[in-house]
Design a protein around this ligand. Structure first.
Ligand code: PLP
Length: 393
């Protein structure tokens, strides 16, 4: 059977692939420590589960409006007002089947064949693939590790052509955990306005910040920037609700309407009961995030100090999300590997520690470790990595 061209070059998600491999080894009886996961290891809070259960009993088990129920849209509008000082109307919000599908639908709605979308690297693995699926061309700008993995205004100016139609900003970032500050966003935003470039601002890790830095949405910096930006967010990471699949986009009414039309022919609507669960997350007085953040911060500090103690490994300390993205090129070399991908594979094979190679994120010298697992396992993983580097020289 001949497949469509659009899927022929599609690369499977490297994060999901490594998680599957680690699971397989575990099932075969190996003591694997998986640091590949892109999801919090905490359960969805009980009161959210109860709200979903109640919604089922109350009969909310039917189709909903394609763009999401009005109550949830209103709760999301309130969240934007409280957290980001942004004011939206319900026709400027779409609730989607996870933030991933918000992004997918957005690129389908925005990108024409041949259009260029700027993607700063290191990037989240799905951005380039989603842009390609919409017929667009991802234009990668390599953010320097020395600049804390942030692109500069000069790099942005140089990457812009007459085909550039959008840029993705992901702050706090997966995989690096870096964050842009207000001043940096302002400078990048001015360039986007000058060239009429749409800004896709993926703020899914907004709530997971471990320093005193404040999350800034580029959309809040001026009315013009708000008009030019589509903000992407969701409940997956902040409320430990990855499986519920609720995300959303906020932006210009015309874009949101087009996305809603697309959704009406693809998903119909995000799952009804998950929408009621998300509504509870946004309207409850309970605060599960603070506790989760405390645990993440403790793990980050511990794992970071152990990692930078390993020969050949350097690491910028992340400010947010739940990943470390060390440069492991020298460690790989010490172990006789020219490519970090091979080093990561050998580490899994021999020490049973699963990392995700940086190549999938557009950064060949790095690897991603998720600290969404217990501190004991993180310590054990770092010990195994150290032994591996030291014993195989
Ligand atoms: N954006 C980034 C940067 C992510 O890391 C992820 C999940 O890994 C998503 C979007 C998608 O989140 P969701 O689970 O809501 O689809």
């Amino acid at each position: 059977m001949e497949l469509a061209n659009r899927v022929k070059d599609l690369t499977p998600s490297s994060t999901l692939a490594i998680t599957a491999k680690a699971k397989e080894l575990k099932q075969n009886g190996f003591n694997v420590i998986g640091l590949g996961a892109g999801e919090p290891d905490f359960n969805t809070p009980e009161y959210i589960i109860e709200a979903a259960e109640k919604s089922m009993r109350n009969g909310f088990t039917k189709y909903t409006p394609s763009g999401g129920i009005v109550e949830l849209k209103k709760a999301i509008i309130q969240k934007f007002q409280n957290d980001n000082y942004l004011t939206y109307n319900t026709n400027e919000i779409i609730v989607t089947t996870g933030a991933k599908h918000a992004l997918y639908t957005l690129f389908q709605a925005l990108v024409n064949p041949g259009d260029e979308v700027i993607v700063p690297a290191p990037y989240w693995v799905s951005y380039p693939e989603q842009i390609k699926l919409a017929g667009g061309k991802p234009v990668i700008i390599a953010a320097e590790e020395d600049n804390d993995f942030k692109i500069t205004p000069k790099q942005l100016e140089e990457a812009i052509t007459d085909k550039t139609m959008a840029i993705i900003i992901n702050s706090p970032s997966n995989p690096t955990g870096m964050m842009y500050n207000k001043d940096e966003l302002k400078k990048l935003g001015e360039i986007c306005l000058k060239h009429n470039i749409t800004i896709v601002s993926d703020e899914i890790y907004e709530k997971l910040i471990y320093t005193n830095d404040e999350h800034v949405s580029i959309a809040q910096l001026s009315p013009d920037l708000k008009e030019q930006t589509v903000v992407i967010n969701g409940v997956s990471k902040s409320y430990s609700m990855t499986g519920w699949r609720i995300g959303y986009a906020a932006g210009n009414e015309t874009i949101i309407k087009a996305m809603t039309n697309l959704a009406s022919h693809s998903t119909s609507n995000p799952t009804s009961i998950a929408q009621y669960a998300a509504l509870k997350a946004y309207t409850s007085d309970e605060d599960p995030i603070t506790e989760m953040k405390l645990a993440f911060k403790e793990r980050l500090d511990k794992l970071y100090s152990l990692l930078i103690d390993i020969p050949g490994i350097t690491c910028n300390k992340p400010k947010g999300a739940f990943y470390l993205f060390p440069n492991v090129k020298e460690a790989a070399k010490l172990n006789g590997f020219n490519h970090v991908d091979d080093w990561v594979a050998a580490l899994l094979e021999e020490e049973k520690v699963a990392l995700v190679p940086g190549s999938g994120f557009g950064a060949d010298d790095n690897a991603r470790l998720s600290y969404a697992t217990s501190i004991d396992l993180l310590v054990e993983a770092a010990n195994r990595m150290k032994q591996f580097v030291i014993n195989h020289q």
